[in-house]
Write a protein that binds this ligand. Structure first.
Ligand SMILES: Nc1ncnc2c1ncn2[C@@H]1O[C@H](COP(=O)(O)OP(=O)(O)OP(=O)(O)O)[C@@H](O)[C@H]1O
Length: 592
C-alpha cells in the first residue's frame, strides 16, 4: 500500500478520445465483408445449412453470454425461448398467414415476456434452485410443443414456413442472418461498457458490493434474463425462416445443454467466445463424421475435446485469449493526467449527518444489536468500537441495508432510510467498504471504481462520454493507484485492494462513508498511510464512520467514539474521554 502524500495529479492511463463510430469502423467493415461473402459466395446446400445453423445458434448463445457470462445467472431453458421465436414465425407465417416481418419481432416479444415473467418469479432464488426452475420451464414448454397439436402441430412440427420476399433465396436469407448476427453481436459486445452491463458484471462478481454501490440487483437480473430470452426468440425466428421447418425435438432440454456447452466452450463472457463455441460445436461433429463407422469412437473423441478445453481453459477459448491480451494491454497503456479528486458531500443542513435511534437487530434469540443510539456529527471521523462479537459489523450491515433492522430508526442527512434497500441508501448518500474486501474481481481497478462513480445522484460526474472514467481515475489517483488503473484486481496486493475499495466509495461522492475495519490485515507502514488517507478525506468535509480494532488508529483519527458491548452502547463521546471510561477499559481488558 502506498498512498501519495497529497492529492496531486499523477500519471494515469489515457482515456479514449476517438468518436465511437470511428473506433468501431473496423468492426462494421468486417461485418459488411462477411455479409457480402454470405450473399455472393456459391455454397452447396450442406455448407449453407451448417452456416445457417451456426449463425442463428450464435445469436441464441449471445443471450447466454448476457445472462450467464455478464450477470452470472443460469438459464437452462434457452432452447425453449429459441422455440418461442421459431414457432411464432412457423405458426404465424403458415397457419395465420401473417407477414414474416411481423412474426419475427412477435417471437422476440413473446420470448422476452416469458423470460421476464420467469425471471421475476424465480430470480430471487438463485443458484441451483434457479437452474431447477429453468429446467422445469424447459420441460413444460417441450411438453406443450408436443401435445398441443391444435396450436403447434404436435410431433409433426410446422413445415413450409415462409421466408421474407426480400430474401427469396437461401443464400440471400443467410446474408440477412449474418447481418443480424453482426448487429446483435455489436450490442452484446459493447453491453459490458454500458451502465446496465457494468451493473450485470457487478451483480455477477459480488451481489453485496453491487447493492451497496447503488445497483438494483433484482431488476438487473430480470433485465439480463429478459434480454437473454429475447435473443433466444430472435435466433429461433431466424432459424425457422432458414430451415422452413420446426418440430419439438429441435427445442428440447438437450438443445438447451448444447447452447450452454457452446457458450462455456468459447467463453461465456463474450459474444466472440459464443460465436467461436457455437462454430466449434457445430463443426466438430462434421469433422469427426469419418469416425462414425466405429461405434462410440466419435462421441468419445468429441467428449474428450470438450472436457480438455473446459479443463485447461476454464474461461473458454476466448476468455483465455482475452485475459492474456488484457494483461499485456495494461502494461503498455500510455500515461495521461487526471484532475485532483473533489469531494462535495451533500448536505441538507444540520450538524448531525446520521441519527440512529433505538436500533436493534436480533438473530433468533441473539441480540446482536440491542437498542443502540448513535449520532454522527457532520465532518470528521466517528469511530464505532467494541470487543469481538459486540455487534459493530451487524450495526454497519443494518445501516447499509444488508440486514433489516428488528426495530429502530435510521435517518441519513434528513432522510429516513430505515426501510430502504441497499441501492436506495447508496443513492441517498451512503458509501461503504467491507471487512472482507468485496471488489468485482473480474474487472480492472478502473472498472471497479467506475461502478462506484455511477451512483445515482452523484453530482460530481461531469458531462461528456469520459466523465465517469475521469471521476474514477481521480479517485484512484487520490488513493495513489491511478497509474495501475487498467490492471485486474488479482494483480493488486491486499493493502492496495483495500485502497481500491475506498476509491470506489469515494468516487460516488457519498454524504457518509462507512469503513468496516479498513486497517485489518495491513502492516504498520500501511496503517500509517491509511491514517494519512483518512485525514485527506476528512479534510474535504466527508464524514466517516469507522470500525476498527486498531486503537492507535482509532484514537488518532477519530474525534468521537461510540463503544458497543454485547450489542449495547456502553459509552459515547469525545475520543480520549471514552477510551479512559472504566466500562470501556473493563470491556476490553475484562474484570475480575
Ligand atoms: N448473520 C448472522 N446470523 C447469526 N448471528 C450473527 C450473524 N451475524 C452476526 N451474528 C452474531 O452477532 C454477534 C455480533 O457480531 P458482529 O459481527 O456484528 O460483531 P463485531 O463486533 O463486528 O465482531 P468482530 O469485531 O469480531 O468483527 C455475534 O455474536 C455474531 O456471531
Amino acid at each position: 500500500m502506498s498512498a501519495p502524500s497529497d492529492n496531486m495529479s499523477i500519471p494515469t492511463p489515457v482515456m479514449r478520445t476517438k468518436p465511437l463510430l470511428l473506433r468501431h469502423l473496423p468492426y462494421f467493415i468486417a461485418a459488411a465483408i462477411l455479409v457480402a461473402l454470405a450473399a455472393e459466395m456459391q455454397f452447396d446446400g450442406y455448407i449453407l445449412n451448417i452456416l445457417m445453423q451456426a449463425t442463428t445458434f450464435s445469436i441464441a448463445v449471445f443471450g447466454l453470454s448476457v445472462v450467464l457470462g455478464l450477470c452470472g445467472q443460469i438459464n437452462l431453458a434457452q432452447a425453449a425461448f429459441f422455440g418461442f421465436g421459431a414457432y411464432a414465425v412457423g405458426i404465424g407465417t403458415t397457419d395465420l398467414h401473417l407477414s414474416y416481418w411481423l412474426c419475427l419481432p412477435a417471437g422476440c416479444v413473446i420470448a422476452l415476456l416469458a423470460g421476464a415473467v420467469l425471471g421475476v418469479s424465480t430470480l430471487r432464488l438463485g443458484g441451483h434452485y434457479l437452474a431447477m426452475v429453468t429446467i422445469s420451464f424447459q420441460q413444460i414448454v417441450t411438453l406443450v410443443m408436443i401435445n398441443d397439436i391444435a396450436l403447434t402441430h404436435g410431433p409433426d412440427g410446422v413445415s413450409n414456413i415462409g421466408r421474407p420476399g426480400l430474401f427469396p433465396t437461401s443464400q440471400g436469407y443467410l446474408a440477412f442472418c449474418v447481418a443480424m448476427l453482426a448487429i446483435v453481436g455489436y450490442f452484446v459486445w459493447h453491453l459490458p461498457d454500458t451502465k446496465l452491463g457494468r451493473a450485470m458484471r457487478a451483480v455477477r462478481d459480488n451481489e453485496l458490493a453491487a447493492g451497496v454501490n447503488g445497483i438494483d440487483i433484482f431488476r438487473t437480473k430480470v433485465y439480463a434474463f429478459g434480454l437473454c430470452a429475447a435473443l433466444g426468440g430472435l435466433a429461433g425466428g431466424l432459424f425457422a425462416g432458414g430451415f422452413a421447418y420446426v418440430s419439438p425435438d429441435q427445442f428440447s432440454f438437450a438443445d438447451s445443454i448444447v447452447f450452454l456447452t457452446m457458450s462455456l466452450l468459447g467463453g461465456v463472457a463474450s459474444p466472440i467466445g459464443s460465436a467461436i463455441g457455437t462454430g466449434l460445436l457445430i463443426l466438430i461433429p462434421e469433422w469427426l463424421r469419418f469416425l462414425k463407422s466405429v461405434p462410440g469412437l466419435y462421441l468419445a473423441i468429441y467428449g474428450l475435446f470438450v472436457i480438455l478445453i473446459i479443463r485447461f481453459m476454464p474461461d473458454g477459448i476466448w476468455g483465455f485469449v482475452s485475459t492474456a491480451f488484457e494483461r499485456w494491454r495494461a502494461q503498455i497503456k500510455p500515461p495521461a493526467v487526471a484532475a485532483p479528486l473533489k469531494l462535495a458531500p451533500a448536505t441538507v443542513g444540520g450538524d448531525i449527518v446520521l441519527e440512529v435511534t433505538g436500533l436493534s437487530k436480533y438473530f433468533g434469540g441473539l441480540k446482536a444489536v440491542d437498542g443502540v443510539d448513535i449520532q454522527v456529527k457532520r465532518g470528521g471521523v466517528h469511530a464505532l468500537i467494541g470487543p469481538n462479537g459486540s455487534g459493530k459489523t451487524t450495526t454497519l450491515n443494518v445501516l447499509s441495508g444488508l440486514y433489516k433492522a428488528t426495530s429502530g430508526k435510521i435517518v441519513l442527512d434528513g432522510t429516513d432510510i430505515t426501510n430502504m434497500p441497499p441501492h436506495q441508501r447508496t443513492a441517498a448518500g451512503l458509501g461503504r467498504t467491507f471487512q472482507n474486501i468485496r471488489l468485482f474481481r473480474s474487472m480492472t481497478a478502473l472498472e471497479n471504481v467506475e461502478i462506484g462513480a455511477e451512483r445515482p445522484g452523484n453530482k460530481m460526474i461531469g458531462d461528456g462520454g469520459d466523465a465517469l472514467t475521469e471521476r474514477a481515475l481521480e479517485a484512484l489517483n487520490f488513493v495513489g493507484l491511478g497509474n495501475r488503473a487498467n490492471e485486474l484486481i488479482s494483480s493488486f496486493s491486499y493493502g492496495h485492494q483495500r485502497l481500491i475499495e475506498i476509491a470506489r466509495a469515494l468516487a460516488a461522492n457519498p454524504t457518509l462513508l462507512l469503513l468496516d475495519e479498513p486497517a485489518a490485515g495491513l502492516n504498520s507502514t500501511e496503517k500509517l498511510e491509511l491514517h494519512e488517507l483518512l485525514k485527506r478525506i476528512a479534510a474535504q468535509g466527508l464524514t466517516i464512520l469507522i470500525i476498527d480494532h486498531d486503537m492507535t488508529l482509532v484514537s488518532e483519527a477519530a474525534q468521537h467514539i461510540t463503544v458497543l458491548n454485547f450489542g449495547r452502547r456502553i459509552a459515547d463521546g469525545e475520543s480520549m474521554a471514552v477510551l479512559r471510561h472504566p466500562d470501556v477499559v473493563s470491556a476490553y481488558l475484562g474484570t475480575e
